[in-house]
Structure formats: structure tokens, C-alpha cells
Design a binder for this molecule. Sequence first.
Ligand code: FE2
Ligand code: FE2
Length: 267
Amino acid sequence: MNKDINTKYDLSKDAVLLIDKGHHKIYWVGTTSTEALRSNIYLIKDRREGMIIDCGSQGEFQETVKRIKQVMPLSYVTKVFANHQDPDVTSAMVDWLELNPNIEIIASPNTHTLIKHYMSDGKEYRYVNTERNPTLTLDSGAVLEFIPSPFMHSPGSVSIYNRHTKTLFSGDIWAAISLEWKLILEDDFSEHIEHMDFFHKGYIASNKAARNFLINFKEREVTNIMPQHGSIITQENVKKAFAYLKNLKCGIDYFRDISDEELSFIE
Ligand SMILES: [Fe+2]
Ligand SMILES: [Fe+2]
């Protein structure tokens, strides 16, 4: 992926073509909110089918729609994937379903149980269970694998490994928070670590959870990491990103052990 992308596009309004494999393209259609936690939304356009990865907030729905319309008709959108239930990740599913009630919502059962609550009046949607359907083959033949990433950060989180492009849509894993932002990471990776730390130390459960996620990539080659916040990590930094997670101390790693003695007031 070319770093020219950062200057070639007007990020305030454009749909950004990240990867072009002919019939299979990946776009960024996210938001450039001035808040430090801005959301990345990705679109896979596969022949005449569109799949949105982490559709974002309701307040940002119109912005996403404007960007998608630049590259395909909205009617192509047939699938919305939800990494987990957080409003910054998934609340705009309500708007997508209003536009087209036939859109399939792809999520883990744990996430499905929670995102149902975004719907009013007990309305239902076409649900695709990632545990029962661990892979999805798109029209072009490109295969997506749904890889559970429990407690990274949500219990039911699922990332997507795109076998065709070796891209990992990681949700909140490798998310970064910063006022300054570039869509494609250019800076020294060590500077980026500071921005990732802000997020990971508070939101990611533990090093054990991180390592249980990483083991999935022993035999899967990753050349791009596309997180839900912060910059996209390209090939030159993927190894460093994996090492960051392997050695990460976060969440309950900072809890102290409470002895039985301290809890002796409980029988
Ligand atoms: Fe989240
Ligand atoms: Fe998030």
C-alpha cells in the first residue's frame, strides 16, 4: 500500500482506495472527526457486492454514505460486519437496515445478543453467525476468515482475515488514539506505540488475551493491519505490531493480587 494515499486524497470527503485487486477492492470510508478517537470504516467492494466492516456511529452515517456513493450505488451494500457491539463500531447498523432491511448483519453470537438492542420495536434483521460460518467466500472467489478475538477488547470480538489481500481487519486491536492522525502510518513505529498505549492499556483485557489472539497468525501471513481507530499499519511495520502485542502489558495485568487474608472478611 502506497503512502501517497495520505496526500493523494482529500480525507475530509473522499472514499479512499486502499487495495485494488480488480474485482475485489478495499476502501476506507471512515470519519475525520477532530476527536482523538475517530473511527475507521472499511468497505469491501467485490464485483457488485459491498460489505461494510464496522459501520460506525449513527451521527456519522451520512458521511459514510456520501463516501460510498462515490464508488458504487448504495444498493450494492448487502452485508454489514460488526466486530463487537460498541456504538462507535456498530450503532449505524440501524440506519443501514432502514435503507435496506435485507442487509445481512455478520457478528459473533455474543455480539448479536447485544446489538439486537439497537433495534426498535423488536424489529429483526438477517443475522449471519460467525461461529457457524467461520469463512465467507465472496463473488470474486476472495475468502474472508472470521477469527474470534475474545476480550480484545469485547468478549465476542471477531477480527477478519482477508486471505485474498492478506489484510487483517482488527477492530480495536492495534487501535490508536491521537489528535494528529495519518490514515497510513508513516511515522516511526516507536512514536505510534505511545498512541496505541493510550488505548490498549485501558481497553484490552490482558497479555494472555493478546497472546491467544496472536497464535492465530502462526501460519497466516499478514501484510496490512486495518484497525478501527488510528492509522493503518503497512507491511514494513507488521512484525513490530505483532511484537508490540506479544509483549503488551494492559488491562488486568495491572491488577494486584488480593490475598485470601485480605479477603478474610468474606467467609
Ligand atoms: Fe470497542
Ligand atoms: Fe472502537
